[in-house]
Design a protein around this ligand. Structure first.
Ligand SMILES: [Zn+2]
Length: 402
């Protein structure tokens, strides 16, 4: 047994327990409540004294592109000089530049890079994440990425949900129609048979997949038993929010340009919005997803890093929390739920992770901060001290304790 006790606050995030404690047997939480009750109920547990500290559930990063080859820091510099996403893509950069580097990389190289990035995420508090394929854009290389994702599940500390995103862009070597047909008739049946992904995703936006192509791929995926996610309305309003609702997607992601009609339809259909504030600042468009309108209309809002080599090379859910409060005007409580429980809902793992509740996995973070307000107030630093994953200390700020 493990018992984290005497925390100045335990934020579950549904409620706050002052002088709180969390206890777990093996990998599952068995108690959340007061320290005095915990110490008398579990006298023999291995104890972690969190006196003066803040305890949170591990962050759930519901949208990452963590498996890729190469480096696009040069494009970020172009962006700082004023180039747009579309201009960078037209000059040979963008997703297709990562596609070339990813196709040329071995499984071992891709796995090593991804595992190193997940370790940095862990050191910032991410204990569960989603990873997407999508830089292969051919069956040979997309299946290589699925293999890497399966291996990553074995070697990484975090729990991982896998999303098949062959429809991230179009490969240069064939027609768009031919590629959509190949995804529907050749790739998706293999993914479903191998059970190598939990979700199917499509980049539905201006210049990328049309709403018709997105529907065709998503409906085929659903028929084969995969759950649907969509990247929509990132670059323009393509009515993607409404499409996500029609398709019964588990989440619609980005939504920078989502319109009110689509937002209402998402609320009715129970589609979780996954908002990616790091990407909207990376795009430098000055435009951000209408998070308050979504919340006012009853849409569940999650926030995630969108960790990727291009628009948002960001490992830190703490930075995302701060951005979501400052850019989207979420309250601290809304932002914390968005980075934990709603992230879990966006990947269908809300029964296992996302909050500190008996029966869920013992994934918790101990910060050297007295109050959850400091997570927002103390900008741009990592005050995380200890990460407990599945009941075991998985990371500590003091390298001697790792
Ligand atoms: Zn993305």
């Amino acid at each position: 047994m493990i018992l984290v006790h005497s925390a100045s606050q335990v934020v579950t995030p549904l409620h706050v327990v002052d002088n709180g404690a969390v206890a777990a047997e093996d990998d599952k939480i068995v108690f959340v409540g007061s320290t005095s009750e915990a110490l008398s109920s579990f006298p023999n547990a291995e104890k972690i004294n969190a006196s003066g500290k803040l305890v949170l559930p591990g962050f759930v990063d519901a949208h990452t592109h963590s498996i890729f080859g190469g480096d696009r820091s040069n494009e970020f510099l172009m962006r700082l000089r004023g180039a747009t996403y579309q201009e960078i893509a037209a000059s040979g950069g963008g997703i297709l530049s990562t596609m070339r580097a990813t196709r040329n990389a071995s499984e071992q190289e891709l796995l090593q890079t991804a595992a190193a990035n997940l370790q940095i995420m862990l050191a910032h508090g991410t204990t569960t994440l989603e990873v997407k394929t999508g830089y292969g854009l051919s069956w040979d290389s997309e299946s290589k990425l699925l293999n890497v994702a399966q291996q990553l599940k074995q070697v990484a500390t975090q729990d991982i949900a896998v999303t098949f995103l062959a429809a991230h862009d179009f490969p240069p070597e064939k027609s768009r129609d031919a590629y959509v047909k190949e995804i529907c008739h050749e790739m998706l049946p293999k993914v479903a048979l191998e059970k190598s992904a939990d979700f199917c995703d499509v980049f539905c936006d201006q210049g990328y997949y049309t709403n018709e192509q997105t529907s065709a791929i998503s409906l085929r995926a659903a028929e084969l038993g995969l759950k649907i996610k969509v990247h929509v309305d990132e670059l323009a309003d393509v009515n993607g929010a409404a499409l996500a609702a029609e398709l019964g997607a588990i989440s619609a992601d980005h939504l920078i340009f989502a319109n009110n009609d689509g937002i209402k339809k998402m609320a009715d259909a129970g589609v979780t919005a996954v908002l990616l504030p790091g990407t909207s600042i990376g795009l430098k468009s000055g435009r951000h997803a209408p998070a308050r309108t979504m919340i006012e209309n009853g849409v569940r809002v999650a926030v995630a890093t969108d960790f990727n080599p291009g628009t948002c090379y960001c490992h830190s859910m703490q930075f995302v929390l701060q951005l979501s409060a400052l850019l989207y005007k979420l309250t601290a409580e809304e932002a914390l739920a968005a980075a934990t429980l709603n992230g879990a809902r966006a990947i269908g793992m809300q029964d296992q992770v996302g909050s500190l509740e008996p029966g869920k996995l013992m994934d918790c973070l101990i910060f050297d901060l007295p109050h959850y307000g400091h997570l927002f107030y103390n900008l741009g630093v990592n005050r995380l001290e200890t990460v407990v994953k599945r009941g075991k200390i998985a990371w500590n700020k003091n390298p001697k304790l790792n």
